[in-house]
Design a protein around this ligand. Structure first.
Ligand SMILES: [Zn+2]
Length: 208
């Protein structure tokens, strides 16, 4: 008779090998694995858009919203993903237990090609104008000898600002929300200060 692998002598479970640890979470941060907080509807997480507010679940909805920029997100618990559907294509983030990672436009892969293209777009015209300005200097007695160097700087700044503007457009960085936040924070601080002053004055008055 041939012994099968399911014979009674083999039913005892073998202990896991100590050499290999569990793959996914331990790769991220093995030492603080216990502190990792999974994405769920009960939790409160930092807002990946404004990075100022907190996002928490919306009552009776499978969505979360930010208490600061009021952005609404849909949640994929299985993939630990957050999606911002208010823009097309939607932006997505992945929760790794500690913070948001892998910011992505859904279906769009912004790889190294785009990064190199952006760097070339900024540097190439600047270098060309810089070389021309260096090799063909103006007459030192001319009234606008500063023009070539200013022109080179302006070329760099303009091309760089186009890239920054594109990034703001792509990732919908809410500059308006930041500004509203600063204004609101100042208002709150002013209210707290005046309330404290009022309290202090009334204490002094009562003490007299
Ligand atoms: Zn927010």
């Amino acid at each position: 008779m041939i012994a099968t692998p399911h014979s009674p002598t083999r039913t005892l479970p073998t202990p896991p090998l100590p050499t290999k640890s569990t793959p996914t979470l331990s790769l991220i941060m093995p030492s603080s694995k216990i502190l990792a907080v999974p994405l769920n509807y009960q939790g409160v997480y930092p807002c990946p858009v404004c990075r100022v507010g907190k996002i928490r679940d919306m009552h009776l909805m499978e969505a979360m919203s930010c208490d600061f920029c009021h952005e609404i997100f849909t949640v994929n618990l299985e993939q630990q993903q957050l999606k911002m559907p208010s823009r097309q294509p939607p932006l997505t983030w992945r929760w790794n237990g500690f913070n948001w990672t892998e910011t992505q436009l859904e279906g769009v892969e912004l790889g190294w090609g785009y990064a190199l293209g952006a760097i070339a777009f900024v540097l190439f015209p600047t270098i060309i104008i810089g070389i021309v300005a260096y090799n063909f200097p103006l007459d030192p007695h001319a009234p606008i000898t500063w023009l070539p160097s200013i022109w080179t700087c302006l070329t760099f700044l303009l091309h760089f600002s186009i890239i920054v503007w594109l990034l703001i457009e792509i990732y919908q960085i809410p500059l308006g929300a930041y500004w509203r936040g600063i204004v609101r924070w100042r208002e709150v601080r002013a209210t707290v200060t005046s309330a404290r002053n009022f309290q202090r004055n009334s204490v002094i008055r009562n003490g007299e």
